[in-house]
Design a protein around this ligand. Structure first.
Ligand code: CA
Length: 306
């Protein structure tokens, strides 16, 4: 695989500090490459601490997990889970950091594939043959409303509750991480960004900024400038990765786009269950037998009484 990439972050026009953080692999790097973008939140300097801990923990943990298992996707998910534990522990230990958390969108690239892990509302997009597609799904109240058809994506961008997340790294003792796997083609561009970019800029504007032949660094600067021209209401961060040569992929059955669900969190928030990972037909059969017997018994009882 051969890649060119760049990552930039900017405080924006309104905020006093930048709570976003990035990790880019050293260049020239070695496969698998790993990229992390985190958008921290929490009072005092909690947001900065949480996003810094995420970008520090994930690449290290990913390398160790990948070494141990030889598998890229699960290693990336395990690394985000380890960052969750590290942030949660630190928040519990220090009063001033209580309640801190961070979004994470992370990409690992290996053998012609991209593995994208996501928690929160930072996003991963794929730009291919002139079309921009959002790959990750936001874990936010407004994204759930959009999914239910209650509001449109455009309404979500301006919604008062747009910053309310339903999942964050470090907010609870466990976290559910989404994982998406893509087969890459030469010329693909992966865009990772915080809501400081996709909030003020509509989808068509993000796509327009990816047209043409500019280098990744120049494109990154153009993204930051566009967000700041649109008011720069938040910290803005972007990672751009162009696939120059996808390299040789080894096909492994069952590794197309998927979600990896961690054990359910304690707490109240309901999360969507992928039908593919929900109860199988076998378990419905097991439940249906006692249910059938109970209904048959009830019917017999009512018949005998009448
Ligand atoms: Ca933000």
């Amino acid at each position: 695989m051969r890649l060119t990439y760049a990552g930039l972050t900017h405080v924006g026009k309104v905020r006093a500090s930048n709570q976003d953080a990035l990790y880019l692999p050293p260049s020239p790097g070695r496969e698998p490459w790993v990229f992390v973008l985190a958008d921290g939140m929490g009072g005092a300097n909690g947001g900065e601490v949480a996003s810094a801990l995420a970008v520090e923990t994930i690449p290290r943990s990913f390398a160790r997990e990948r070494e141990a298992s030889g598998r890229v996707g699960p290693a990336l998910v395990a690394a985000v889970e380890e960052a969750n534990r590290a942030i949660y522990r630190k928040a519990e230990a220090e009063n001033s950091l209580w309640g801190m958390g961070t979004t994470v969108v992370a990409a690992a690239l290996s053998r012609g594939r991209a593995y994208l892990a996501n928690v929160g509302d930072s996003r991963a997009y794929l730009y291919r043959k002139g079309k921009l597609e959002q790959v990750s799904r936001d874990h936010s109240l407004v994204a759930e409303e959009v999914a239910r058809g209650v509001i449109t994506p455009e309404e979500a961008r301006h919604h008062q509750m747009r910053n309310v997340l339903t999942r964050a790294v470090g907010a609870r003792s466990q976290v559910e991480v989404d994982l998406f796997t893509l087969e890459l083609e030469a010329g693909d561009i992966l865009l990772l960004c915080s809501d400081g970019l996709h909030g003020p800029l509509p989808h068509r504007e993000l796509a327009r900024l990816l047209e043409g032949e500019a280098e990744m660094e120049a494109r990154g600067r153009a993204f930051i400038e566009a967000a700041n021209r649109a008011g720069g209401p938040d910290n803005v961060s972007v990672i751009l990765i162009r696939v120059e040569e996808p390299g040789r992929g080894e096909s492994q059955a069952g590794e197309t786009t998927q979600r990896v669900a961690a054990p359910p969190r304690e707490g109240t928030k309901k999360t969507k269950v992928n039908p593919a990972s929900g109860p199988g037909k076998g378990s419905w059969l097991i439940w249906s037998i006692p249910l059938f017997l109970a209904l048959a018994g009830l019917a017999a009882y009512l018949l005998l009484r009448s």
